[in-house]
Design a protein around this ligand. Structure first.
Ligand SMILES: Cc1cc2nc3c(=O)[nH]c(=O)nc-3n(C[C@H](O)[C@H](O)[C@H](O)COP(=O)(O)OP(=O)(O)OC[C@H]3O[C@@H](n4cnc5c(N)ncnc54)[C@H](O)[C@@H]3O)c2cc1C
Length: 508
């Protein structure tokens, strides 16, 4: 039996990789040759957060080490392109066929489907991607793109199919959704748990030195403390189950300047790399509920994020690609304000949130959605400029998750395909859900005037500019109805101030 190659992509670090299993079943472990490639072209395409680069490369190298310890012959290459790495592997190992698993992203998959066979010149087996549950069960297999799918119903179908949080076919606890019990602001003196930190070992330190020497990217590596192995990622998950899951639901939408992660899991970087898998996370959360360790509103809220939102976003990505990158339904054309790159703004919420993104590569969901994207939507920032900023700043950023979240959910640029209404809010929401406004120069109650919060005049300006379109959306009735209380003089004042602010901050 000749040699069989297995190409494992950097975000497919699965404990049981299907391509490896298939190759081994066919050729025997002694004939399997594994390849991991670090492509300079792929990671140099645009700036990325340095913590993300270290996380990715260190996790890949630890994964390769682990496979070697398990007896596999592994080649780890750093080459200018994937094609160069694949050709070098072919020359050195001379496998007779190649197994690989479908990439989660469009370009990667298209490379596997249309170029790979020609580059390697041997038969290839492209296996389906197993990192998402929706690849096993599609709730809308014959989806008509003219009809919108609602996340809530998508999620219920997923729960039914995978038998998650169900008792006799009915939702555990009697409700599908516990949103009413959740969405609470944080009590003032509530103790907030820190997340576990993992000290860099020799492999990680070597990667840190390489990324620092390369000199590109954003953010600092001073305190790199992320999990880089499955074992560490499982430890991070256990910590979440024990110390944060019980309060996850109640405070999942809360924001505070005194703590970065609150009761969030900070598991997205590990799920997106394959170090953790969605079903094991979901089942462990269900078990925590069954054991009485966490209430149903928290467990359902958390399961909804993984089995609902995460799967739905991946499904939307494949439904909407490649056209989604062109979408700009609000005709937003302004460039990103420069303070997105240095956090130098007097708006306290934006200052803190951007500073955290630059510093650590992490913001929790509501900061991403209701502070950053809310601002960009109200200010009319060009969608792909926002997308690129997000891609550059987050440790969990990958195209499949970024495009539908930023262009769809955050900016509503896809015409309401991902989310049925634009997530827009004035400073009132930011003040209700967080404590940023207390320390801010701007007044969250004023609609206009020298110290009025820009979220207010931008919000009312947006409603006025897009009144007709917004009125047509049944989910936005109450917001648009609010315009009735805005006298003519106020309308003029908010529009003028919005114009002036945008000209000063953005230049147009
Ligand atoms: C504008 C915008 C950009 C985003 N960019 C990313 C990104 O680049 N990478 C990323 O993984 N998530 C992204 N999200 C989704 C979500 O904000 C993050 O997954 C979450 O904040 C990660 O932190 P956590 O692990 O502590 O999440 P938790 O609050 O603990 O949630 C648990 C898990 O649910 C999943 N999840 C929840 N919401 C979503 C969602 N909307 N899309 C996909 N997964 C979800 C994640 O895997 C997350 O780890 C984005 C959301 C918005 C609105």
């Amino acid at each position: 039996m000749g040699k069989t190659g297995v190409w494992i992509l950097g975000d497919q670090l699965l404990a049981n990789h299907p391509a490896l299993q298939a190759a081994e079943a066919e050729a025997g472990q002694e004939n399997v040759r594994v390849l991991l490639v670090q492509s300079a072209a792929r990671t140099g395409k645009q700036p990325y957060h340095r913590r993300k680069l270290v996380l990715l490369f260190s996790a890949m190298r630890h994964y390769a080490e682990n496979l070697r310890e398990r007896g596999y012959d592994v080649t780890y290459l750093k080459t200018p392109t994937f094609a160069a790495g694949l050709r070098q592997f072919m020359r050195e190992q001379q496998p007779e066929r190649l197994f690989t698993m479908a990439a989660s992203e469009w370009n990667g998959r298209s490379f596997q489907q249309h170029q790979l066979a020609q580059i390697v010149g041997i038969p290839i087996t492209l296996l389906p991607n197993t990192q998402f549950l929706v690849s096993q069960f599609d709730p809308y297999p014959n989806h008509n793109p003219d009809k919108n799918v609602i996340m809530e119903y998508f999620y219920r179908e997923m729960r039914r199919h995978f038998d998650v949080l169900l008792e006799n076919g009915q939702p555990t606890g009697g409700e599908w959704n516990y949103d009413k019990e959740n969405r609470k602001p944080l009590p003032k003196n509530m103790q907030l748990p820190d997340i576990p930190r993992f000290a860099p070992d020799a492999i990680t330190q070597e990667v840190i030195d390489e990324v620092e020497a390369a000199g590109h990217g954003v953010g600092s590596l001073a305190d790199f403390d992320l999990a880089v192995t499955r074992q560490q990622a499982l430890a991070a998950f256990d910590d979440f189950l024990q110390y944060r899951l019980p309060n996850f639901g109640a405070y999942e939408d809360a924001m505070t300047q005194r703590h970065q992660t609150l009761f969030h899991s900070v598991l997205s970087p590990y799920l997106n790399l394959g170090l953790l898998e969605p079903m094991e996370i979901i089942q462990a959360a269900e078990m925590a509920y069954a054991a009485g360790d966490a209430p149903i509103n928290s467990v359902e809220g958390f399961v909804r994020q993984i089995l609902g939102w995460r799967e739905y976003i991946y499904w939307q990505y494949w439904q909407q690609m490649p056209e989604i990158v062109e979408k700009n339904s609000w005709n937003a054309k302004r460039p990103l304000p420069t303070f997105f790159w240095d956090a130098n703004t007097e708006m306290n919420c934006l200052h803190h949130v951007i500073e955290r993104a630059i510093g650590t590569g992490y913001n929790h969901h509501i900061e991403r959605l209701m502070v950053l994207c809310n601002f960009c939507l109200l200010a009319g920032i060009e969608p792909m400029a926002v997308n690129d900023w997000f891609l550059a700043h987050y440790i969990d950023a990958y195209e499949w998750v970024m495009l539908p979240n930023v262009l769809g959910m955050g900016l509503n640029a896809d015409g309401g395909v991902t989310a049925t209404k634009p997530y827009i809010a004035s400073a009132n929401y930011i003040n209700k859900m967080g404590d940023y406004c207390g320390g801010c120069r701007f007044n969250h109650k004023l609609r206009h005037g020298e110290i009025a919060c820009p979220f207010n005049f931008l919000y009312w300006n947006f409603l006025l500019q897009h009144e007709e379109t917004l009125r047509a959306n049944p989910r936005l009735g109450p917001n648009v109805l609010g315009l009735r209380y805005l006298a003519d003089a106020e309308r003029t004042a908010v529009c003028q101030q919005a114009k002036q602010f945008l000209a000063e901050e953005i230049g147009r």
